[in-house]
Design a protein around this ligand. Structure first.
Ligand code: ADP
Length: 270
């Protein structure tokens, strides 16, 4: 048996991560056809464990997805959670803050969206935007964003201490692959709605975003709430990798079905 490649994607606490050294087009030793078949099996297993987590009703699981535009947050969520009971999964997409969100600290809207007991929550973007786009575009000064790594680590520690398992995934896409995907969005009428001119502004800031991601991941990958860097140029690799990260996390949680009421076992239902 070869070593599970998923382990190698995990960023150890205190590591000197160099994103540029992580290939975005890696296959992790997998092949496309068998990977697709395996994804189906992994999804079935996630479905079983999700049902147990819901039945247990005492802990939650938060999966944070962060990526450059077009790396595939949406596609990953669709690929992994189609087939999982939607009643137990809550997806929250974080956009530019508006309305009451602007009247509070940056974690206010995030805390409110954390999954409840028995739920799996998925963040499509997250509080990390507040040390990524906000930093790169200088929406707040360094004196403000630089304190946020400590807040985030403390916040995630709180979640973990109080029964929410936290796992964070960076979908690592290459610059060339992003160009192709953005071009496809421009060219394909079915995908054009996804394209914002602002995507090109962010693309022009690519090196600054990569540096901000690298810094954020280094400073917030903890034993309590680890980051995984997933190669995202190939959708089938990305989907299987994130599904396996989720499955391994659920397996580690090992949710237990509640015991039956007294006198139930062996009862005949007339
Ligand atoms: P998608 O997530 O599919 O790209 P949008 O095109 O609506 O959805 O993009 C959401 C935008 O909101 C992104 O540009 C992202 O950087 C921005 N955003 C999310 N959270 C924040 C935040 N806290 N501060 C500023 N911008 C944010």
């Amino acid at each position: 048996m070869t070593k599970d490649p998923i382990r190698s994607l995990r960023v150890q606490s205190g590591s000197a991560l160099r994103l540029a050294r992580h290939a975005t087009d890696a296959t992790l030793g997998w092949e496309k056809q068998s990977a697709k078949a395996e994804l189906e099996k992994v999804k079935q297993r996630i479905d079983v464990l999700q049902a147990r987590l819901a039945a247990e009703g005492s802990r939650g699981l938060l999966l944070v997805l962060q990526a450059m535009d077009a790396a595939g947050n949406d596609g990953t969520i669709r690929a992994i959670f189609s087939g999982v009971n939607p009643a137990g999964v809550k997806v929250t997409s974080f956009k530019v803050p508006g309305g009451p969100e602007t009247q509070h600290d940056y974690l206010w809207r995030v805390h409110a969206a954390v999954p409840g007991k028995g739920e799996i929550g998925v963040f499509n973007r997250s509080h990390y935007e507040d040390v990524l786009v906000v930093r790169v575009k200088e929406f707040v000064p360094k004196s403000v964003w630089s304190k946020r790594f400590d807040h985030i680590n403390a916040f995630e520690r709180l979640l973990v201490d109080e029964g929410t398992t936290v796992v964070k995934v960076f979908l690592h896409v290459g610059k060339d692959e992003q160009r192709e995907r953005l071009q496809e969005r421009v060219d394909d009428p079915e995908k054009r709605w996804k394209f914002r001119a602002g995507d090109l502004d962010d693309r022009a800031l690519w090196p600054k975003f990569q540096a901000a991601y690298q810094d954020a991941i280094r400073r917030t990958s903890t034993d309590a709430a680890p980051w995984y860097v997933v190669p995202a140029d190939r959708n089938w690799v990305r989907n299987l990798a994130v599904a396996k990260i989720l499955l391994h996390t659920l397996e580690d949680m090992n949710p237990q079905l509640p015991p039956p009421e007294d006198g139930i076992v062996g009862r005949i239902v007339e």
